[in-house]
Design a protein around this ligand. Structure first.
Ligand SMILES: [Zn+2]
Length: 337
């Protein structure tokens, strides 16, 4: 008869997000409409020093394409997407450039999009996941950092090394490969994993086959995520997943009292970091069979409908704050108050 917090929101088994590095305007050609069609959000990683400008970074394959402007970034935010900092210059971050690449870039991006930025995304390769960079990320108020390591993320993992699955036409030599729309899905299902795909700007053909997929391949990937995932995949923007992750890890359920007709719990949020944008949690609770009839729970005396997941197990999702009281009881509980 205990109250527990589900590994992922809504009791979903695994999670899917996708990121588009460089935040190019050509995402409006295929990726943005495809997200509208499928009904889940994307996420862009912005080179803040070239906001709204045509890209000119070293020998980048994406030079000549235009980075989104503040207005365009606001437009995709309104479509449910998220925005991360991909540094100011997209070069190697040294001790001397930490302030520009991480603090000033965050400030400028936040002003441009009129929203907070809580994710850093390493530009180039994992060189920019060095200790001095991650330490500065924590200091400047980020809540997570995304790498280029192709692996799943799990509910218990560290958020300052978030892994991403390369959704590319094929990989660099000598690890040649073919595009696989099923990549990491089975593993995510079996181990409660969070897949974050990453690519750049899918068009008719990949701009660079080792850095991107085509629009057709992106569509295949989305169809596969939804057909394999069904109702057990949570498709969400990384900020929401990361918030859930933090809320769960900083929560402590305290049992106050159990009577024959009611169970009382308190939820404590211990040292939750500042700036977590989404503050809800999904709970599961074991109850006597009789309490499963028209199940309800009470949060600070407000009734909330619960879902019967299986015999004797109820599930509910609610906004939480430190110290809330959660009561589970039989269906006459509300009337007896
Ligand atoms: Zn990049």
């Amino acid at each position: 008869m205990s109250l527990s917090i589900a590994p992922w929101k809504y009791g979903k088994q695994w999670v899917y997000s996708i990121t588009y590095d460089e935040a190019l305007t050509d995402l409006y050609r295929f990726a943005v409409p495809m997200h509208e069609q499928f009904g889940f959000p994307g996420h862009v990683e912005v080179v803040v020093g070239q906001l709204g400008e045509v890209r000119r970074i070293g020998t980048s394959s994406y030079n000549g394409y235009r980075h989104m402007s503040g207005e365009e970034l606001q437009d995709i935010l309104h479509r449910g997407w998220g925005v991360g900092n991909h540094s100011w210059t997209h070069t190697i971050i040294t001790h001397e450039t930490l302030d520009l690449e991480l603090r000033q870039a965050k400030d400028k991006l936040e002003q441009a999009i009129e929203a907070s930025v809580i994710l850093f995304c390493s530009p180039g390769d994992n060189t920019n996941m060095a200790d001095h960079v991650l330490e500065a990320c924590r200091k400047f108020g980020y809540l997570g950092a995304m790498s280029l390591t192709d692996a799943l993320n799990r509910p218990e993992d560290e958020l300052f090394w978030i892994n991403r699955t390369a959704l590319h036409d094929h990989y660099y030599a000598p690890f040649f490969s073919a595009f696989d729309p099923f990549r990491n899905i089975l593993y995510a299902e079996k181990t409660r994993g969070w897949i974050i795909d990453y690519c750049h700007c899918p068009l008719e053909t990949p701009i660079h086959p080792n850095k991107d997929c085509s629009a057709d391949q992106l569509q295949q990937r989305f169809e596969t995520i939804l057909s394999e995932g069904g109702d057990s995949v949570w498709c969400a923007v990384p900020e929401e997943v990361l918030s859930y992750h933090l809320m769960r890890r900083h929560s402590r359920v305290e049992t106050l009292k159990h009577s024959a007709t009611q169970h009382h719990y308190r939820l404590n949020l211990d040292s939750l970091p500042h700036g977590v944008p989404y503050r809800s949690l999904t709970f599961e609770v074991q109850v006597p069979a009789a309490w499963c009839r028209d199940p309800k729970i009470w949060i600070n005396n407000q009734a909330l409908a619960a879902t019967l997941v299986r015999p004797r197990t109820l599930r509910f999702t609610t906004d939480v704050e430190d110290g809330i009281e959660i009561v589970v009881g039989e269906d006459s509980y509300g009337q007896s108050e």
